[in-house]
Write a protein that binds this ligand. Structure first.
Ligand SMILES: [Zn+2]
Length: 54
């Protein structure tokens, strides 16, 4: 097994994704890492909330 195939648990999607796909979410006190798919969803959701807050 190569290390690039290593899976990491994504707390947001509650699924395991390849470690290489993970990104760290900005703007949180705790360093939270989610997979690229969830990262996109979260960032899109944050933009929506920011628009609604205005
Ligand atoms: Zn995910």
């Amino acid at each position: 097994m190569s290390s690039s195939d290593q899976l990491k648990y994504c707390f947001h999607g509650q699924h395991s994704r390849p470690l290489a796909e993970f990104k760290t979410l900005p703007g949180t006190k705790q360093k939270r890492q989610v997979c690229a798919l969830c990262y996109q969803k979260i960032m899109t959701d944050r933009k929506k909330h920011r628009v609604l807050a205005k």
